[in-house]
Design a protein around this ligand. Structure first.
Ligand code: IMP
Length: 422
């Protein structure tokens, strides 16, 4: 039986999934996004150019791969069309390799306004959302009010849009927020018109027919396990299932069709937005990681919070995703350090625990670190595993022994070519 492999993030997003999908794409015929939306920013670098994808799967630059935006994704038509226009400048034919699920939900302009109004109302409890309308759109999906891509092909689309918009306007009024502007609406409607000319498909059928033809499929996750709506650091999470289970519901594939699960993690940890982060470094080492790792959000430009690798959290993410192999990113960012910290346990309610407890806020949980020797060697030009310094291979071995899963690749720079198979 043919299987679908999954690639996903094991931390708070921004692990470098875009780069790895791009590296792995040559082995796959079809790349499918299964959740999230324009809150994601997947960065790919090759031939001296940097590309950031928000909703479009990272396989789009390979001429042999088809790309699917699955039913679990939420689409902002304006951002989506803008992304396509940018891609067309690089390669006009890329749209022919992209299909969109009719069951994917649409982000309305009013969803974005509601996201902003709801964040503002939260005050000090705000989530630090990217404000792309993700939360309100998934709320309408589960509340059975949402509009889907397939609805734009129906005669009553405008009526349904107006009905939902009116509901949102009443909600906005209760927040004391402004109504949607005519410009926002007309830009959105123009993008809807453009989407009518795209390849809209019944994506579950599309994916199953590819499986029957023995095509190789990779499901591309967005965000990360610790931002999962159920298993992340709730309520400081996103509104979708970012874990492997999300690939089943977000594409319509059964659990017994899942093959390999590639888990991506950084050699350290970052988080953007609010919420607990036990191994955060608020000192000059944290600052150094941010500068050396260019840790600024690819969607919002916000500086990312940085800290040491959190191994109990990584082990937890591996467990809930069924990860079969690990890929370690940005090892080169640690090149200059004498010593590298890894969190191996926590103090929780005065006791040492080795799992991620229910409350991970700093008043509840304090990290326990082990310091490992740094390699003090520039990794960026290395291409062979034999060239890697012993302190780095020891660092990797330490992680593998802690979590019980092999690291199969290590990334030593942003370019496609800076990837070493172990
Ligand atoms: P939202 O999904 O835009 O509502 O944001 C909810 C939380 O998830 C915020 O803390 C965001 O910073 C975070 N988040 C959402 N998408 C990403 C991502 O792609 N990378 C990193 N963090 C993200």
């Amino acid at each position: 039986m043919n299987h679908v492999d999954i690639l996903l993030g094991l931390q708070w997003g921004d692990e470098g999934k875009g780069k790895i999908v791009d590296v792995l794409t040559r082995q796959y015929d079809l790349i499918a996004r299964f959740q999230g939306g324009p809150n994601a920013g997947h960065t790919l670098e090759f031939e001296g150019h940097k590309h950031v994808l928000h909703t479009i799967p990272s396989g789009i630059f390979h001429s042999e791969a088809m790309n699917v935006v699955g039913n679990g994704v939420v689409i902002d038509p304006v951002i989506f069309c803008r992304e396509i226009e940018e891609l067309k400048k690089i390669e006009p034919a890329c749209v022919d390799r992209l299909v969109i699920s009719r069951k994917a939900h649409l982000i309305l302009p009013t969803h974005r306004l509601l996201d902003a109004a709801s964040e503002q109302a939260k005050g000090k409890y705000k989530i630090g959302s990217t404000l792309k309308g993700i939360g309100p759109t998934y709320m309408d999906k589960t509340g059975r009010n949402g509009l889907r891509v397939g609805d734009i092909e129906m005669d009553d689309f405008n009526d349904r849009y107006n009905q939902l918009k009116e509901k949102h306007q009443r909600m906005l009024a209760s927040f004391g927020a402004d109504e949607v502007s005519k410009e926002m609406e007309s830009g959105w409607m123009k993008a809807i018109e453009q989407m009518r000319g795209m390849h809209l498909v019944d994506s579950e059928e599309f994916v199953h027919s590819a499986l029957e033809k023995e095509k190789k499929i990779l499901a591309e996750g967005a965000q990360g396990a610790l931002l999962d709506i159920d298993f992340g650091t709730y309520p400081f999470v996103t509104s979708s299932t970012t874990t492997a289970a999300g690939a089943c519901t977000g594409l319509g594939i059964a659990p017994n069709r899942i093959g390999k699960v590639f888990g991506i993690f950084k050699a350290y940890c970052t988080r953007v937005g609010s919420g607990p982060f036990p191994s955060e470094l608020l000192d000059e080492t944290g600052e150094m990681l941010r500068e050396a790792g260019r840790e600024f959000g690819s969607t919002t430009g916000r500086p990312r919070r940085c800290g040491w690798l959190d191994l109990p959290a990584l082990r937890y993410a591996i467990k809930i995703n069924g990860v079969t192999e690990l890929i370690m990113m940005k090892a080169d960012v640690l090149d200059t350090l004498d010593q590298i910290g890894v969190c191996t346990a926590y103090t929780y309610k005065g006791k040492k625990v080795s799992h991620l407890p229910y409350r991970v806020e700093e008043d509840w949980v304090q990290p326990i670190y082990e310091m490992l020797p740094g390699w003090k060697t520039e990794l960026t030009g290395m291409t062979e595993k034999e060239a890697l310094p012993a302190a780095l291979t020891d660092y990797i071995k330490f992680i593998e022994e802690f979590v019980g899963i092999p690291v199969s690749m290590v990334s030593v720079g942003p370019d496609r070519t800076q990837t070493i198979r172990l």
